[in-house]
Design a protein around this ligand. Structure first.
Ligand code: PMP
Ligand code: GLN
Length: 380
């Protein structure tokens, strides 16, 4: 058959999680918590299902949840967005990203992404008939704005940024956003800002949200995920925030891709957010402690690392252990022979840099899992 995504297979996340399961390995590959969701959130869901909140919600999301998202944005970033016209609840951030790309990208349009880039961007661009231009992040995963400027041309329609960054954990600075704004303003290039790890920022740093950037926001679509912020990745609920004009365009696609996100999940999240506003404020410290536990455990190993600035991922360099294996082979070897699953970094690149020996470990895990991972990794 004439495939639209001929070179696309099962994602690395599915592959590695499957391999981990088959081998009974500790799974630090795909990003998800191995600890329970908050009890009050689970109880809220049970109550909403029992209370018969089980039919279609409004296409844009239940008002209760949009109100909570607007309140969260106001509290965290000091800005007011209109819950009617600027917030759309989606079944996962992935769906929001897909809809944003389909809404904006016409055949032949170019979309700039920064490599290493999250895996869902490029297939969505291709399905819209667009072309992805890859700009390499530097060795410390910061953007090279001169290389970015050189990649812009008359066909550039959209730029996708992701901070805190999966897979590196790096953060964009306020100066980065200013540079991006200056370089894209005159051409009216749109910005898709993937901020799903917005609350997972460590060491006292602040997340620089595009929501707060007055030059970028009118041209931007900002995506976040309840899955990350409330320890429920399997709930697949997220949201998109954009100006009324851009939100209207994305909603045209969203209403035909899924129409809505599940009602009881939305209402349970709204109930929990209203009752426990402190949950989100505690996320940075909660995950920083997990990052520190993993990094401390690895201090006695032959892996080297720079502690992640954000996200729940830690990169580790295995050069001192097996520089005869590329990272895909190393990730497989570690899972099959050593009982610990990770994600190789090269899969996030169009052209992986040579001489890189990086693996990504997810530390959204119980202390017990992290201790066990540390012990295992120290034996290698
Ligand atoms: N963007 C990035 C960078 C991610 O890591 C994830 C997590 N899977 C997503 C988007 C998608 O989030 P969701 O599970 O809400 O679709
Ligand atoms: N975002 C998750 C990760 O980076 C994976 C989500 C998925 O499996 N699609 O590990």
């Amino acid at each position: 058959m004439h495939s639209k995504l001929a070179d696309v297979g099962l994602t690395i996340f599915s592959q590695m999680s499957q391999l981990a399961q088959q081998r009974g390995a500790l799974n630090l590959s795909q990003g998800f918590p191995d600890f329970p969701a908050p009890l009050a959130l689970k109880e809220a869901l049970a109550a909403r299902v029992a209370g018969d909140d089980n039919q279609y919600p409004p296409m844009t999301g239940v008002p209760e949840l949009r109100e909570q998202v607007a309140a969260l944005i106001s509290r965290r970033y000091g800005i007011e967005v209109c819950q009617e016209e600027e917030i759309t609840i989606t079944p996962g951030a992935t769906q929001a990203i897909f809809c944003a790309i389909q809404a904006l990208v016409h055949p032949g349009d170019e979309v700039i992404v920064f490599d290493p880039a999250y895996d869902s961007y490029e297939p969505a661009v291709r399905l819209a008939g667009g072309v992805t231009r890859h700009v390499q992040l530097g060795d410390d995963f910061t953007p090279d704005w001169d290389a970015f400027a050189a990649a812009i041309n008359d066909r550039t329609r959209l730029v996708i940024i992701n901070s805190p960054h999966n897979p590196s954990g790096a953060l964009l600075t306020a100066a980065d956003l200013d540079r991006l704004a200056a370089l894209t303003e005159s051409r009216g290039i749109h910005i898709l800002s993937d901020e799903v790890y917005e609350h997972l920022v460590f060491d006292g740093q602040r997340h620089q949200s595009v929501l707060t950037h007055s030059q970028l926001y009118p041209r931007a679509l900002v995506v976040s995920s309840f899955g990350k912020s409330f320890h429920v990745t399997g709930w697949k609920t997220g949201y998109l925030v954009a100006s009324p004009r851009l939100s209207a365009e994305v909603r045209k696609v969203h209403q035909y891709v899924s129409f809505c996100a599940p009602t009881p999940l939305q209402l349970a999240l709204a109930d929990f957010m209203q009752q426990h506003p402190e949950h989100v404020d505690g996320l940075a410290a909660f995950y920083q402690a997990k990052r520190d536990r993993l990094c401390a455990a690895l201090a006695g190993s032959r892996f080297s690392l720079v502690p992640a600035a954000g996200t729940y991922f830690q990169l580790v360099d295995y050069r001192a252990i097996r520089d005869d294996l590329d990272d895909v082979a190393m990730a497989r070897w570690l899972t099959e022979e050593k009982g610990i699953a990770s994600i190789p970094l090269s899969v996030f690149y169009e052209r992986p840099p040579a001489d890189r020996y990086w693996l990504r470990l997810c530390f959204a895990k119980t202390d017990e899992t992290l201790n066990r991972a540390g012990e295992l990794l120290c034996t290698i």
